[in-house]
Unconditional design. Sequence first.
Length: 292
Amino acid sequence: MSHKAGFVSIIGKPNAGKSTLMNALVGEKMSIITPKAQTTRHRIMGIVNDDDHQIIFSDTPGVITPNYSLQESMMNFVQGSLIDADVILFVTDIHEKFDESDVVEKLRKTSSPIAVLINKIDKSSEEEVRSKIAFWQEKLNPDAIFAISALLNHGVTGIMEYIKEKLPIHPPYYEKDELTDKSMRFFVSEMIREKIFKLYDKEIPYSTEIVVTSYKEEDTITRIAAEIIVERDSQKNILIGKSGSMIKKVGTYARQDIEAFIDGKVFLELFVKVIPDWRRKKNYLKKFGYED
């Protein structure tokens, strides 16, 4: 049998469950998951290999109307993933109130096969599922529709079979033992960012960026230093907390996750730095990997 390989883009609105689905399909924690919208900022690739297939999944930021430069860059990642996709998985929440016109508009411009994934069906009735299937059949007339629960891993096997069927015949794009195109530093920064999303409210998570300034592997321990970038001094004070209590909590939880990820001991140092309005400045977005 000929080898198949291709790119599969996961797109949808914020909080539809794209990152949960990505992790379920890849079988590894590639994307950070929090209850807050717009957690994913980059296009994150996870690679699944077997003898006859290589599937390169892209988890993309939730589709929004951008308000500042960072969000524009995030939407460029979405656009890029649609251009080179061999298969598109459009993830929609079963309880979405039909306001996905901006996503649908992007999908209408692509010639790649589209599968609509109606997610979170564990929180719905059969009647709701039937109604949503009928709605999407009429609205988009996709190549396939799946009713799934990414969180409970329900229906994920069927999606994998569908993807394998649709992939073009092609040699592997990456080495067969590779899991992702991202570096260890990237995953460390994402794990720290995840903790900030979980521990802080309001604007703080969205105003932060993580830069891993040092990553040194020694015989018995990996030493990591990272800067947490914020936009204002008031945010820096909140992030650090009284007598450093909050930043210590972020560091402890992040270190535990990083140790589990690399399967070894970690010494993690965190610093907080203020760069006013970094989300609106192209030079900083380029430096942080959001612009080419």
